[in-house]
Design a protein around this ligand. Sequence first.
Ligand SMILES: *Cc1c(COP(=O)(O)O)cnc(C)c1O
Length: 358
Amino acid sequence: MTIAARPWLDEIQAYRPGTRSASADGSMASNESPLGASPKLGDSIVKALAGVHRYPDPLADELRSELAGLHGVHPEQILIGNGSDELIFLLSTTFLAQGGHAVCADPAYQIDRIGALSVNATITQVPLRDWKHDLAAMAALRADIAYIVNPHNPTGTTRSRAEIDTFTAESPARLVVVDEAYIDFTTDPEALTAIPLVAGGRVAVLRTFSKIHGLAGLRVGYLVADSAIIAAIRKVRAPFSVGSLAQAAALAALADTGHREAVREHTLRLRGQLVDLLACHGLHAVDSEANFVLLPVPDENAFVAGLRTHGVSVRPGSALGAPGTVRISVPTEAGLELLRSALHHTHPANHRETANHR
Ligand SMILES: *Cc1c(COP(=O)(O)O)cnc(C)c1O
């Protein structure tokens, strides 16, 4: 016997996660932190272990007030989630369910799409222009939520705060959600972030501990928004979705600004080296401000398979809505050497370009 799922779910293809290679260094498919999490988390997690028989603090008050201080907002303007992905699903339930309409870029961040379709909303994807969000075209569409991913995934491109401000003024969208998962890897995160626009009431900003903080396995993200938006979402959230070990780790990670700076410095330096290495093989990545680059390639499947035989896993673009490309996360130093030797075997040509790029 098969039990039919709700009919609008037919449109959804299950999320396809990145695959790991045999080694951690060779795994470049999921934009994880190449330097790992802060080495100072251990003590906090061990301490929190003593309380795991109790339910966690439902709103993660300590973390919430730290983040409120950091961003200069009120704690009631912050909601912590089980990764920002949970918050995207909650935004869908709260503002899109049963016939709502979302607008986003094409390619979209896949969770924005799945979240909207899961609650029987429609979603309009607006093709990128020069690999960036086409905000003018997006602003012409009515929407309950307009999603802007900044820097974008899978391209790594950005739009300025002024551009997002103009978009918010011009767009009829009820709510503008700006996903800033990768903002720490931009040249000037403070100039770029849309958090100052939250005060206007229609902009909500998503952040995560999965990228620069290296806590992808613990699942912590947060939303900064008007307190009325947060209050509406709180009605439908699972009260204990963020575990106590995750809360303790996030607090400790937040305190380790030195580790964050080291991850940022590593990422910017290795991103440059990654782009140069690819160029040596005649491969030209889209200009990225994130911890990954998107690379248009003639044969996506052959490219992914070729690297895999040499111990390197990257993400096929068709899993990200961008066929004809691959996405490569900024690796460790050892990972870059793995990629160098893999490309030496799979893309041996272009010696002339090699000379030009030295
Ligand atoms: C990685 C990523 C996130 C983070 O998701 P979590 O659920 O917090 O791990 C959010 N948005 C985008 C666009 C991402 O690429």
